[in-house]
Ligand binder design. Structure first.
Ligand SMILES: [Zn+2]
Length: 285
């Protein structure tokens, strides 16, 4: 059976926003961890250019304002720019009105950069609030990438789920917002990120992570005819020397397989929607 596998490299360019926002840090030392994101981004752009890979970059408005030339370079190089909050705010920790204002502010930052509103959204911390999906629909987003309900198969987001602890969970209605699912095991931060405050110590060896990431790709390639493999990385984490060498090795490995294409997440969401129209959309066409 021939294979049709899409691979999306996605980069959350949090830069300083994650340290100033959710981490509430005022220490120049801590903040400088985010500053390294700009160094990592330059390296990643160079790597992606060499392998002719278009990636998806989820960038908070604060990063766009802090590094206007660098983010312009990302956009001008043909990569997709997605929404990732303004100051990396966790949607669960703000009111619905605040969440809407943050979404609008981030959209404006991206519109100034690319001339158009973003098609994709990734919640900071992958932490959608109960209000996020209706807001994303209202604001015209095409896809979200914050949920973990599948691994290599996109699906439609839902509204109206009802969670109860003493009766069965009620699944709501599918809506016209494609979910491109993620997972912590395909994210660089848990493996490599060091966080003293909650005793989470990453700093794993790149070889170990390569085995996990390549192993998941192998499952998709060997056992499924079609699917999408999505990696989530952060320039301030993956941009370090030995880790970026590991990423290069993984790109080479994946490129050695027939029927595999690197795509932006916008491309994948658009193609998937066309092949899997919601009932409501089918009737409308
Ligand atoms: Zn982030």
């Amino acid at each position: 059976m021939s294979k049709t596998v899409s691979v999306c490299l996605s980069f959350d360019f949090d830069a300083l926003s994650i340290w100033l926002g959710p981490m509430r840090s005022s220490s120049p030392s801590t903040i400088s961890r985010g500053e390294f994101g700009a160094v990592g981004t330059e390296r990643l752009l160079h790597l992606l250019r060499r392998y002719q890979v278009s990636a998806s970059w989820f960038i908070p408005g604060h990063t766009i304002n802090t590094y206007p030339n660098l983010v312009q370079k990302i956009a001008d190089t043909g990569h997709e720019i997605g929404h990732h909050g303004y100051l990396h705010e966790n949607p669960v920790s703000v009111s619905p009105d605040q969440e809407c204002r943050i979404l609008e502010r981030g959209i404006e930052c991206i519109r100034r950069l690319t001339g158009q509103a973003p098609s994709g959204y990734r919640a900071p911390g992958w932490s959608l609030s109960p209000h996020s999906i209706p807001l994303l629909l209202k604001l015209g987003f095409q896809y979200d990438s914050s949920l973990m309900g599948n691994d290599f198969t996109p699906y439609y987001c839902r509204v109206g789920d009802e969670a109860s602890v003493d009766r069965a969970y009620q699944f709501g209605q599918e809506v016209n917002l494609v979910e491109l699912p993620v997972d912590w095991s395909l994210d660089d931060w848990p493996y490599f990120g060091l966080n003293w405050s909650d005793y989470h110590v990453g700093l794993r060896t790149p070889d170990e992570v390569y085995q996990i990431w390549a192993g998941d790709f192998d499952f998709l390639y060997q056992q499924m005819d079609t699917g999408v493999y999505i990696l989530t990385m952060h320039p301030q984490i993956i941009g370090r020397g030995n880790r970026i060498l590991m990423l290069e090795r993984l790109i080479q490995y994946i490129k050695g397989h027939e029927g595999v294409t690197f795509k932006t997440m916008h491309q994948v969401a658009t193609e998937w929607r066309q092949k899997n129209l919601l009932e409501k959309e089918k009737k409308a066409t």
